[in-house]
Design a protein around this ligand. Structure first.
Ligand code: ADP
Ligand code: MG
Length: 244
């Protein structure tokens, strides 16, 4: 059993449940406003705790604040107020350099439009994620290969992304996101560019990654996609509401 860590001056006390199971994500009264004109409050005070291994979806219509929330979670943007503890670290207090390091070490991203480099092979695209990891090239190669096996694309190593189907491309993007072994995988409309059958490939892959213990947050406007997650949160005009 994990031994509770006593609170010290540098370690603020955590809630009883959090001592043994530190959340991956903890938002405390986080807001995000844009000064405008016109001024917009894209995210009203939001508190959210996501435990290790959870698979959570955030569902809401266009303009409800999904990308705003994802950008905050992914350290691509800073909250206007509130605290963001990422894997126990106070990301809201971090410098720009520290945020870049936290992002690279802890977060994997999957986007609607894949963002693969067309002139690199599938293997090279995945290897680029570990470019700054302090490990030899042979190990980066091995990890990229393992990540591609995880998404079932080891037979596509030498292909260019443009020669793959949409579902295969998104699976390469997932391999690229998980090759760094992130604490949190963030996916923004991951099936937005895919037809129903191909979406299924990607959603099945998320199920497998969840079973393997990965923490996933999927942002979507699609209720069917949201329902695949173990826990669902609705966002409406910057307000979050837990669904059962
Ligand atoms: P979603 O991703 O759910 O479509 P967004 O998070 O992109 O929604 O946007 C939520 C609200 O915040 C919208 O009203 C949008 O116009 C506004 N917004 C988002 N980004 C900016 C920005 N950089 N400047 C001003 N307003 C913004
Ligand atoms: Mg959006």
């Amino acid at each position: 059993l994990p031994v509770p860590v006593p609170a010290t001056e540098t370690n603020p006390p955590l809630e009883a449940s959090a001592v043994s199971e530190q959340p991956v994500v903890e938002l405390r009264d986080v807001t995000r406003s844009f000064p405008g004109p016109p001024p917009v409050t894209a995210l009203h005070p939001t508190s959210l705790s996501v435990g290790r291994g959870e698979y959570l979806s955030i569902v809401g219509p266009s303009g409800s604040g999904k990308s705003t929330l994802l950008n905050l979670l992914g350290l691509l943007d800073r909250p206007s107020s509130g605290e963001y503890w990422l894997d126990g670290q106070p990301a809201h207090e971090a410098s720009e350099a520290e945020r870049t390091a936290l992002r690279g070490g802890l977060i994997g991203f999957v986007f609607q439009s894949f963002h693969l480099l067309p002139h690199r092979t599938v293997l090279e695209n995945v290897m680029l994620s570990t470019m700054y990891a302090p490990i030899p090239r042979s190990q980066r190669l091995r990890r990229a290969y393992d990540a591609l096996c995880r998404v079932g694309l080891e037979h596509r190593l030498d292909f260019r992304p443009t020669t793959l189907s949409g579902g295969e491309r998104q699976r390469v993007a997932v391999a690229r996101a998980v090759v760094t072994e992130p604490a949190l995988l963030l996916a923004d409309e991951p099936t937005g560019n895919l037809d129903t059958a191909t979406s299924e490939e990607v959603l099945n892959l998320f199920d497998e990654l969840h079973l393997d213990g990965l923490t996933l947050m999927v942002i979507t406007h699609d209720d069917a996609v949201a329902h695949r997650a173990q826990r669902r949160v609705r966002i409406t005009d910057g307000h979050l509401q837990e669904l059962s």
